[in-house]
Ligand binder design. Structure first.
Ligand SMILES: [Zn+2]
Length: 486
């Protein structure tokens, strides 16, 4: 390999040569999902992107500790410090215990991640499992003089912090602009400054998720969990902190401030952010009606989708865009990815059937260098995929007898293709084993049961009919639903 891995660092706004703090060890923290509803596709893109990054770092020989949290407490509506806790709100709606909601959507999230063939993180800590660490961190920030308590709520004092530190280091915005664009303090809070944010929030009497603290019963602010858990598992300063681009301006900005105030050290050396999703050119959002969920893509059950797309087609489609570019969903683009993915996988299957010649008319070594150069250029998966299609052309040409490869070149090509397609891009053959199909059917039957429980018979019928068209018959009985291939 001739090139060195370069990583785009949001902190410095440029690509930098990747130099871990303690090679070959790499510590990577990625902000995980808030488990109060189904994981949305934008989040899936972030986790597929960091799966690519995790896989490639491991492929290069780094020993990575990948930590991705589960936010299961304290995330307020609108990311502000007022409003209902999302878990309590949802619990009231569905008449469930908050931890029942957490369990349901954590399981659903893991199921979707497995279908996308993402590797599980090494540690998946939850906010509710780390209340002690969060309280300890808040205490230390108060001791450092950068936080204050008012009526059981603790706030971080942004303007005081800004006297010695650059609060907007991540986004490079002017503090004065931020102040000018933030609303006046309302009567509903006791903040000293309008940019101050809550580290610990006093629980109202009806609040279900609450813990005792030195400031009375309450719950942690959203940002503190990531600072506390990354410190616990990766240390005061670690290599990579990642997440969606939408987290940079507030969540990550506040994480840096909290960690600096507590540890007197920058939390992460490289900050990496994945870009957002659009649908037919406009930003994907639930309110605009153009946001679909992963399982809606897998079943095709959404007005904007002309058919179902498999998890691997969607993964391949996501990897065809660079993680820092926006990714636009359309039926045409997904259709093209489906064809491309099938072409690539057919060529991989042909690799073991190619004839061996006495000489080669293709330089596999050069192809290998170009593949690594693409990935070393800030994990440029679309360029890598373009190089792999060059290999597809060669494989098909050798199979048709129009080109030739000697034994050494063939071995090299097999090794390269399998490493890049399976280990780095994390793609899987779509020829489903019975085990895969069982897991997918379990998911669909669960979704249909949920639709029926909500009296959404249009959706439950649609799932049954669509499966029938695919040759799968559902049978309902008192003991539940079973399925059979027709
Ligand atoms: Zn976070």
């Amino acid at each position: 390999m001739d090139s060195q891995l370069q990583v785009y660092n949001t902190l410095t706004r440029q690509k930098e040569v990747f130099k871990p703090i303690n090679p070959p060890l790499v510590g990577m923290y990625v902000c995980g999902p808030t488990v109060y509803s189904d994981v949305h596709l934008g989040n899936c893109r972030t986790f597929v992107s960091f799966d690519l990054i995790y896989r490639y770092l491991q492929h290069l020989g780094y020993k990575v500790r990948y930590v991705r949290n589960i936010t299961d407490a304290g995330h307020l509506e609108g990311d502000r410090d007022e409003g209902d806790d999302k878990f309590t709100k949802k619990a009231k709606l569905e008449q469930l215990e908050p931890m029942e909601i957490v369990q349901k959507y954590t399981l659903g999230f893991h199921e979707v991640m497995r279908l996308f063939n993402t590797l599980p993180p090494n540690i998946e800590p939850s906010a509710t499992g780390h209340i002690t660490e969060q309280i300890e961190m808040v205490k230390q920030i108060i001791d450092s003089g950068l936080a204050y308590e008012v009526n059981g709520t603790v706030y971080f004092e942004v303007e005081k912090y800004s006297k010695d530190q650059n609060y907007t280091i991540l986004t490079n915005r002017e503090l004065d602009d931020l102040l000018a664009n933030t609303r006046e303090l309302g009567g509903q809070d006791d903040k000293k400054g309008r940019l101050d944010f809550a580290l610990w929030i006093k629980a109202k009497p009806e609040h279900l998720m609450r813990w005792p603290s030195p400031w009375g019963w309450g719950f942690p602010g959203w940002h503190i969990e990531c600072s506390a858990m990354s410190k616990k598992y990766l240390g005061d300063t670690f290599d990579i902190h990642g997440g969606g681009l939408d987290l940079a301006a507030t969540h990550h900005t506040n994480e840096i401030a909290q960690s600096q105030a507590c540890n007197h050290a920058e939390p992460a050396k490289y900050w990496m952010h994945t870009n957002m999703l659009t649908v037919n050119g406009t930003r994907m959002s639930k309110s605009a009606g153009n946001g679909f969920l992963p399982f809606e893509l897998f079943t095709g059950d959404h007005p904007l989708l002309s058919r179902a797309y498999s998890p691997m087609t969607v993964r391949f489609f996501m990897l065809q865009a660079h993680y820092r570019s926006t990714l636009d969903f359309s039926n045409e683009a997904l259709e093209a990815s489906d064809k491309g993915f099938k072409r690539l996988m057919s060529a991989v299957h042909l690799l073991d059937k190619l004839p061996v010649a006495g000489s080669s008319d293709y330089n596999v070594q050069d192809l290998s260098k170009r593949c690594y150069a693409a990935m070393n250029d800030d994990f440029n998966s679309p360029v890598l995929i373009a190089e792999l299609f060059e290999a597809v052309r060669v494989i098909n040409s050798v199979y048709d007898g129009k080109s030739k490869l000697d034994q050494g070149s063939l071995d090299q090509l097999q090794q390269l293709m399998k490493a890049m397609v399976f280990d780095v891009l994390g793609l899987q053959s779509e020829e489903k084993s019975e085990g895969d199909l069982t897991a997918i059917m379990d998911l669909l039957i669960r979704l249909r049961d949920e639709a029926k429980a909500k009296q959404d018979y249009a959706t439950s019928d649609q799932i049954r009919m669509s499966l029938q068209e695919l040759g799968i018959q559902l049978k309902d009985s008192k003991s539940g639903t079973t399925w059979d291939k027709i």
